[in-house]
Design a protein around this ligand. Sequence first.
Ligand code: GLY
Length: 374
Amino acid sequence: MHVVVIGAGIVGLLTALELRRRGHEVEVRSTGVAEGATHAAAGMLAPAAEVQVGQGPLWGIMREAALAHRRLAARLPELTREFSRPATARSAGYRDDPTLVVGRDHADLAALHDLAVLQRRAGAEVQELLPREARRLEPALARGIAGAVRIGSDHQVDPRTLARTVVAALEAHGVRLRIGAVPGLDAVPADRIVLAAGLGAPAIAGPHQQLDLALRPVRGDILRLRVPSSLLMPGEEHLLTGTVRAIVRGRAVYCVPRDGGGIVLGATSREDTLQGPSTGGVLQLIQDSAEILPSIRETELVEVTARDRPGTPDDLPLLGPVPGHEQVIVSTGYHRHGILLSAWAAERTADIIDGRDASLPAAVRPERFTKEPA
Ligand code: GLY
């Protein structure tokens, strides 16, 4: 089929790649490439650490999504065989080192242990650690932490590196990226259209506008740091060996190490009227992370970014055909899990187009917030 994907965030890009891999003729149309939430995201693939009370239907999707990323990582060398040096999982930003979640004080640790019950119920292997055991794994941790849990199955991918790799793979496979104003869907000739335009989806003219997608922006502030070599012991390559998340007096913070000595520090979650980064949000991230990793204070602050996540009322994505207009498939609302869910979204969307959509959970249908006409 001839499929047009609207939107070139990580969901749109991976969807285009999966459709092309399955033999469809694909075109991507977007106002920009990986400039929205993908540009900000830390890229944690955290089906366990991000389990929350009351989000049960999401847990299974998150677990499947982590497996979809593993499949994608394994396919990358084949998908990029035309490159002068085919991509590997690692060169495309994928890292499978474990995640440590730290409790700053005893109430934080108790909250972590309560969460561990849910995480185990969701299928994760979670190991409780004493402070000295956690510090043996991550020597940069502060002495005063109350304890930690280690989650072997929560990994990460660098979204910017992955997006660049996918764009190059799309170009190598003849997928055209048309960057500029996106017309109404009536003016887009295609057998199928995938609307993966994030928060921009409702403003694009088309049959999905009959639906109440109930999307709302949930802004996150995120910092990028550089670790100077003066902070490293002889033989050390990085301040952190893997992702360190923490609860600090009830607030969540995460520090994600990048190849090359970077750290991504995030992230707030706000629904205020500020357009750019929030001063209070940045202060909170630095203060909370410095309680867990004191040497953060001596890193170089290289970037402060704020972007909106596309939130939905039930925190589940919006994925599926528009009823009565099955040629248009909505794929948005990935909220706090856009990077994690992207590879899953790509596979499920291609399944819908290939008529194999039995695996799609009814809980993600895009019409679920739309009231019946009177
Ligand atoms: N999943 C991380 C965040 O939304 O901040």
